[in-house]
Design a protein. Structure first.
Lengths: 490, 99
């Protein structure tokens, strides 16, 4: 008899194909979303999925998931997905759409995400008229985190952070994002809908379909704000929550179309093809002979190299430049290199350090947690990093009195007053290059021609270039002298 | 058992997917959806179809927050022999609606 049933009735509304069959976030309950009973997200998801089905765009849709309850949207929609940092979904959507103009890009964001931390991103995406669709789910509160006040919270509405209700004096007024965006020139379509009753829900479904359609037609920025119930945080039943949307929320957030320029709109012109990769040096004006030349391997290093270098000191001592010259020289010599700076917000006097790796093999991580060469440009840096040096490694320390507590029997030490040595050469600031010279002599791997080429690219001032060259040579010399001394002493 | 008794629509509720929010009960224009007496495996009273009277309008599907908890069917073009199929068809949907 069941075959008779099928022949008599046809399915007209069923789970849209844009959803996965099962949701693999958890081991059980794979047939249900993680949303609370009566949550608006499920309803809005379904509207979106239906629109995707209708336009047959599942395989070219990229959904940008936000931070909030809908962070897991990628477990439900069988489409491309990028989960963005809090508030940044519109910015991520911009990048995705620009790099894949043929894709349908939908940014799905809540009010805590879009109207608070992400207010800059949405404002500018709208102002640029990015051809994306943004679904803005407004439930007037931070729900996922437990019900804190949001910019969209209604006047008088209680939240955990406004326990006696939002007051305009202290917390300002509810942010009307749709109205705000409608003051901009660029947006193509802006509508606010609600999930307050059947009529509103039907309209919401049409609006979401419209936003998707706009993008299929290649039109500009579409924004749909959905007033959506949150029964759990509102502490109302699902049916009461629906009523609250209709009878309370809607008074603050009137429904309607705030912008519709779709009627006579022409599809946006296809963005210009990006230039070919090898044309870029020409465009940015670095296509001189030197660049072309040094990109090829000029010098084969004489020995195998696997340098894990940590350079540390005060900001202003040339810590980063030391690392950069080393990495550039390695690059010139055809090695795999990485240079990772790490410093505070201060331009000067804060501590600063960098991680440098040079290797024949591809580099797995640019982090150097266990250096085989530590260049410590001052005492605090030595004390901070000396324990991390690998056994058999080197410590190059700027100071002749090596602190007794840092003495280790299993590492080599070259401790010299490099600042004074550089000062004698003409400028105390060249201490970093004297230390680099010593390092290069210790490592013994890089030809001086590669170091010269790197220095020439990074130090443009001829006076400093000349000084640094002398400093490097002095550093190499100092290391050789120290070895001779050890030999004589032995 | 005649053609005019045949409902225009038919409703199936997946009793494992339904979380019992009750929005479909509220939304249904002919009021043919109710909450079940017994709890499902997960402790929810789920929506159940009364068994007759569905018009196939689909609004319950639209309001339902779960992607696949509700499936709505609509009668295909009337056929003279429809009568016997309707009763059986409706009953056929019942176990699904109440499990």
């Amino acid at each position: 008899m069941s075959s008779e049933l099928i022949s008599e009735y046809e399915v007209i509304h069923a789970k849209p194909k844009a959803f996965y069959e099962t949701y693999e976030r958890k081991d059980e309950l794979q047939h249900q979303t993680h949303y609370c009973p009566g949550c608006g997200h499920g309803t809005i998801h379904k509207m979106l999925a239906q629109a995707m089905d209708e336009f047959g765009i599942k395989d070219r849709t990229i959904l940008i998931s936000p931070v909030g309850c809908s962070v897991f949207a990628y477990y439900y929609f069988d489409v491309g997905n990028v989960q963005a940092a809090h508030g940044r979904a519109s910015a991520v959507a911009t990048a995705v759409k620009r790099s894949r103009p043929e894709s349908i890009v939908i940014s799905y964001q809540g009010d805590g995400d879009l109207a608070a931390i992400g207010s800059a991103e949405i404002l500018h995406a709208a102002n640029r008229g990015e051809p994306i669709a943004v679904i803005f789910v407004n439930n007037a509160i931070y729900s996922m985190t437990g019900g804190q006040f949001a910019p969209t919270t209604l006047i008088g509405q209680k939240s955990t952070t406004t326990p006696s209700g939002r007051s305009a004096i202290h917390e300002g007024y509810p942010l009307h994002v749709s109205e705000l965006l409608a003051t901009l020139e660029a947006p193509m379509y802006i509508e606010r809908v609600g999930l307050g009753d059947n009529r509103q829900i039907a309209q919401a479904s049409r609006a979401i379909r419209r936003a998707v359609e706009n993008q299929v037609r290649g039109l500009g920025f579409s924004f749909i704000e959905v007033l959506s119930p949150c029964p759990t945080i509102w502490r109302l039943s699902p049916v009461e929550s629906q009523r609250w949307v209709r009878e309370v929320m809607e008074k603050t957030y009137p429904l309607g179309v705030f912008r519709d320029r779709t009627k006579d709109a022409q599809p946006r012109p296809t963005p210009q093809e990006p230039p070919a990769l090898d044309a870029i040096p020409q465009i940015i004006g670095v296509a001189d002979a030197d660049v072309t030349e040094h990109s090829a391997i000029r010098h084969e290093p004489v020995t195998d190299v696997d340098l894990h270098v940590r350079v540390a000191g005060f900001g202003g001592q040339g810590v980063l430049l030391l690392g950069e010259v080393l990495a550039e020289a390695g690059l010139d010599a055809g090695l795999e290199v990485s240079w990772l700076p790490s410093y505070g917000p201060e331009m000067r006097s804060g501590t600063s350090n960098c991680h440098v790796r040079l290797s024949r093999e591809p580099i797995d991580s640019p982090l150097v947690t266990a250096p085989n060469v530590l260049v410590a440009m001052n005492e605090p840096s030595l004390k901070k990093f000396d324990k991390s040096v690998q056994a058999g490694g080197w410590v190059i320390y700027n100071g002749d009195a090596f602190p007794p507590e840092c003495v280790r029997k299993d590492v080599h030490v070259l401790a010299l007053p490099f600042t004074q040595i550089a000062d004698a050469l003409g400028d105390a600031r060249a201490a970093n290059m004297v230390m680099l010279g010593a390092l290069l002599e210790i490592a013994g791997a890089l030809p001086q021609t590669s170091v010269d080429a790197a220095l020439a690219r990074l130090v443009k001032n001829p006076r400093f270039f000349e000084l640094d060259e002398r400093a490097l040579a002095r550093g190499r010399e100092l290391y050789r002298e120290s070895v001779r001394e050890v030999c004589h002493a032995g | 058992m005649n053609a005019e008794k045949r409902d225009r629509g038919l409703l199936r509720v997946d009793g494992n997917e339904c979380k019992g929010c009750g929005l479909c009960v509220e939304a249904c224009p002919p009021k043919v959806i109710a909450m079940s007496e017994r709890l499902n495996h997960y402790g929810y009273r789920t929506a159940t179809y009364a068994g007759a009277g569905c018009t196939g309008c689909g609004i319950c599907f639209m309001v339902c927050p779960e992607p696949g908890a509700i499936t709505v069917l609509r009668a295909m073009a009337q056929r003279s022999a429809a009568g016997s199929g309707v009763t059986m068809g409706t009953e056929g949907a019942m176990p699904c609606a109440s499990n």
